[in-house]
Design a protein around this ligand. Structure first.
Ligand SMILES: [Ca+2]
Length: 337
């Protein structure tokens, strides 16, 4: 059953090397290859590098060993290979180097993008928001537990192809994905389907939903492999205030789970100081009454520069029905450019 037992069909390092070699060749072709002659439509091909690192200290109160940790060290590079074709690779180094994202984006029109490779499953606002831009040190347990790609420990990502529509008022995506997670081949012929639609009827207000229909990757001793996700989300930004809410209903095998999260933040001192508060409730089995895990998180973010910030959070979790409470204190420094 363990995902670790599944064979890794190809190593992420090898894939990354191949992509880097291909990319290097495209970006810096060998002498004699005239870009102007062979690719007359191509303008300059700037390569954007971005890096961020997160160092944190976690104080588990009496429930664990307090520790410093390197949460994420990520390097991303993006390049427009052609005016309508760009390419992104993101790698992570914590214990070992791993490939997080690698995809091609073909811009079919101003609004329409076809994306293929390894990238985030188009589901949930919080899932799609970059790890470096999160308002809280940890993502909500609702999204971490129920969002496709996070439920199978793949950092919200999978391999597949997706069509995206982006405009000021509408954001939509429809995709086919392996459903078996990052850096691995599919283990069956079934492809999972993901759909997301977000409307912005007024400035500062967005309302949307996501839908995912797939199968759990493992096959042993399971009568039903159903893995269905339905999500609702809303975001409101008004002046200094920002409110986000999400609800996810999940069908796992023959069980139903559900969770919701709401978070509020304020931007003070020209956005440099940001107090935040979040409440979440996660019910892992809806057939059992009063077994939700609830959590309050309060925190404050000090934005020192774009992508560079200092964050303090206190997470207070309540596990029903025992009324067991856990408090965790987190401090995180993020540096990025
Ligand atoms: Ca599959």
């Amino acid at each position: 059953m363990s995902r670790m037992e599944l064979k890794m069909p190809w190593s992420p390092q090898l894939l990354f090397l191949l992509i880097v070699l291909t990319f290097s060749w495209l970006a810096f072709p060998p002498p004699g290859w005239s870009q102007e002659e062979k690719l007359p439509v191509s303008a300059q091909r700037p390569v954007d590098f971005s890096v961020f690192a997160q160092v944190r200290y976690t104080d588990y109160s009496s429930n664990g060993t307090d520790t410093f940790s390197l949460r994420r060290v990520r390097l991303a590079l993006t390049s427009a290979v052609l005016p309508s074709l760009d390419f992104k690779v993101q790698i992570e180094q914590t214990k070992a180097i791993s490939l997080v994202e690698a995809y091609l984006s073909f811009h079919l029109s101003r609004y329409l993008e076809f994306r293929a490779g390894q990238y985030k499953v188009p589901f949930s606002y919080e899932n799609l928001k970059s790890a470096s831009e999160q308002d809280f040190i940890n993502r909500s347990s609702v999204v971490e537990t129920l969002c496709p790609g996070r439920d199978i420990g793949s950092q919200g990502r999978d391999i597949g192809a997706t069509l995206w529509f982006h405009s000021a008022a509408i954001e939509a995506a429809i995709g086919l994905l392996n459903g078996s997670g990052i850096n691995r081949l599919d283990n069956d012929d079934h492809k999972d389907k993901a759909f997301r639609l977000v409307l912005s009827p007024l400035r500062g207000l967005s309302i949307g939903g996501s839908w995912y229909e797939g199968l759990w990757p493992e096959t042993q001793n399971v009568s039903s492999r159903q893995r269905r996700r339905q999500g609702l989300e809303a975001q409101l930004k008004s002046g200094l205030l920002s409110i986000n809410g999400e609800y996810i209903l999940a069908k796992n095998y023959d069980q139903e789970a559900a969770g919701w999260v709401i978070q509020v933040s304020l931007f003070l001192r020209q956005g440099r100081i940001q107090p935040v508060v979040r409440f979440e409730s996660l019910d892992q089995d809806r057939a059992v009454k009063d077994n939700e895990a609830e959590a309050w998180t309060v925190g404050i973010n000090f934005h020192l520069a774009p992508r560079t910030k200092f964050q303090i959070n206190r997470e207070s979790r309540l596990f029903k029905p025992e009324t067991r409470r856990e408090n965790i204190y987190l401090v995180q420094f993020q540096i990025g450019f």
